[in-house]
Ligand binder design. Structure first.
Ligand code: FES
Length: 158
């Protein structure tokens, strides 16, 4: 009977080296994850949204009787003989932007109508338009604070 010459090949790295390398690789990955976590912590994942205070120009830019819509800020600045006011142009039905119309505001989406003071005069809107605080900023510009709602009919004296 002929004996087969089976020769086992020795692995190029031994078991101890392999496990040690694997261990250090795990430590490196854990360290990298920890560093990434700390770096992400420095930049909070919070969206503060648009600022609530917006400057809308000098009082003299507004003629009496004007309603100036700030499309991006969804605010209309109104100047009447009583003074200045700022109303929301966000419809209280489903949030469409209302447009200035004869006698007030109208919503193009479902037809709600609002009078000059933002009170509902028709359509499905359940509540009047919000009034925002308007004041004079230190630089002389009008400033609307959308985070502060005021009673309807609250004007900044001209
Ligand atoms: S969103 Fe204005 S009437 Fe519906």
């Amino acid at each position: 009977m002929k004996k087969k010459n089976i020769r086992m090949q020795q692995p190029e790295i031994d078991r101890r080296t392999f496990l040690s390398t694997l261990g250090w690789f795990g430590v490196a990955i854990s360290g990298a994850i920890a560093v990434m976590g700390n770096l992400l912590y420095l930049k909070p994942a919070v969206d503060y949204g648009p600022p609530s205070r917006i400057r809308v120009g000098k009082p003299e830019d507004y003629k009496e009787g004007i309603k100036e819509v700030m499309e991006n800020d969804r605010v209309v600045v109104v100047r009447e003989k009583q003074g200045f006011a700022a109303l929301s142009v966000k419809c209280t039905h489903l949030g469409c932007t209302v447009a200035v119309s004869e006698g007030g505001f109208s919503c193009p989406c479902h037809g709600s109508q609002f009078d000059n003071d933002g009170f509902v005069t028709g359509g499905p809107a359940p509540a009047p338009l919000d009034w925002y605080q308007i004041s004079l900023a230190p630089n002389g510009e009008l400033e609307v604070d959308k985070s502060v709602k005021v009673e309807a009919g609250t004007y900044l004296k001209a």
